[in-house]
Design a protein around this ligand. Structure first.
Ligand SMILES: *[C@@H]1O[C@H](CO)[C@@H](O)[C@H](O)[C@H]1NC(C)=O
Ligand SMILES: *[C@@H]1O[C@H](CO)[C@@H](O)[C@H](O)[C@H]1NC(C)=O
Length: 388
């Protein structure tokens, strides 16, 4: 693509005796006409390559100190979308020549000399001693990304280009990203996360609690990419997952997706056989797992539901239940076991997907005279130790 420029043809060749005002007016008139004729106001074509080189070599043959010079390259600018950008062009020895800013990829003239040509109200111009020429772009948009050229209307035209990089912090595309999910154990699950931004964001999945994930038979901390695919999901996968998107432009962003895995109650009993002697307190234990949370209770051998009344101190039964995730630890305390308390107890767990139960047998043990004796001897031993 030919670079657009507003190089004045011979009639505009600047000479010291040319009236500056006339020149500016003439240039503006040319610009106006060109803008009328073509949608993109491309001005004169760049000279043919061979000719250009020849002109350049002629140029260097002349006394270069008479001509404007760029004091420094045009700095590339990187700016976050919505912020303001400033491109600077510093020309020494400008004399009667003019400086113009051109948007290269759209071939649009933005400013000539003191005038902003662009219709874009976000574009403005400031200058300093006819040496520094600043192109301001307010509230930068993604479409502003590209090359900007600073031209001086020497013949041949002299120019420098700088790149305006418009970066966009990552954002999650809600419509294309998974929301909280409830699935049955054993199903395959796909969590998807789509993110936008510039540069293209890097997306990964991890568990919010930092635990490893079992994915495709491997324990991993993070899964790279938009897709988190879990085959045969298990209750161990039940967690909050974070999709994290980052592209080096702060802030990074994440979305939390809760994965809930439903399964019918399961039950385990640490001791299915308990022994107690008459008069002793005993505790029976039962562990259950279920999601959604199950309703749990104990029954006696006759099938009566055991209701504990904790408000009544010294009640026969005390039931407690500690919840940790989808696990419940049930305890049944039987105070001062009597002859009628021996037998089979049952713990039951029910949820919408099913029901399960398990038995614990409480057997009578002989009154522990031996236990008392051994406790006594233990006391004597420690007493003996202390006095020795
Ligand atoms: C601007 O960026 C371009 C490539 O993107 C590079 O060639 C050029 O040297 C950069 N200019 C400056 C002044 O850093
Ligand atoms: C789950 O995925 C595995 C492996 O990709 C496949 O073999 C299986 O048929 C899938 N199961 C269901 C229920 O879609």
């Amino acid at each position: 693509m030919a670079e657009p420029h507003w190089l004045p043809r011979p009639q505009f060749r600047p000479r010291p005796q040319v009236n500056v005002l006339q020149l500016a007016t003439a240039i503006l008139a040319t610009v106006a006409v060109t803008m009328l004729v073509t949608a993109t106001p491309t001005l004169a074509e760049i000279p043919a390559k061979g000719k250009h080189t020849r002109l350049d070599s002629q140029q260097t043959a002349q006394d270069d100190s008479d001509f404007p010079r760029f004091a420094e390259p045009i700095a590339n600018v990187t700016v976050s979308v919505g912020r303001d950008a400033l491109m600077a062009c510093v020309v020494e020895n400008l004399k009667g020549y003019k400086v113009a800013w051109v948007r290269v990829d759209t071939q649009t003239i933005l400013s000539i000399h003191h005038n902003v040509i662009s219709q874009n109200s976000r574009i403005s111009l400031t200058y300093n001693d006819h040496r520094s020429w600043y192109l301001h772009i307010k509230e930068v948009e993604e479409t502003d990304r590209g090359w900007y050229m600073c031209q001086v209307n020497t013949d041949p035209m002299r120019s420098r280009k700088g790149y305006l990089q418009v970066v966009v912090p990552p954002m999650i595309v809600e419509g294309l990203t998974s929301n909280d999910m409830v699935v049955r154990e054993g199903q395959n699950v796909s969590l998807v996360c789509k993110a936008r931004g510039y540069p293209e964001p890097y997306v990964m999945w991890r568990r919010e609690d930092g635990e490893e994930m079992l994915i495709g038979g491997e324990h991993v901390n993070v899964v790279d990419g938009e897709l988190l695919h879990i085959t045969k999901v298990s209750r161990l996968h039940m967690a909050a997952y974070l999709c994290v998107a980052s592209n080096g432009v702060p802030p990074s962003i994440s979305k939390r997706v809760h994965l809930r895995v439903q399964f019918p109650p399961m039950l385990s009993i640490p001791n299915q056989l308990e022994g107690a002697y008459v008069g002793q307190d005993v505790i029976l234990e039962c562990h259950t797992e279920a999601y959604p949370a199950s309703i749990n209770y104990w029954t006696t051998e006759r099938g009566d539901m055991i209701i504990s009344d904790t408000s009544r101190a010294g009640d026969k039964y005390e039931t407690t239940s500690t919840v940790s995730g989808y696990t419940k630890y049930m305890k049944l305390k039987i105070r001062a076991v009597g002859p009628n308390d021996f037998g089979t107890y049952r713990c039951v767990a029910k949820n919408s997907l099913g029901e399960t139960d398990g038995n614990i047998k409480l057997d009578e043990m002989p009154t522990p005279t031996t236990a008392i004796i051994s406790e006594m001897s233990l006391l004597n031993r420690s007493y003996g130790k202390k006095t020795s």
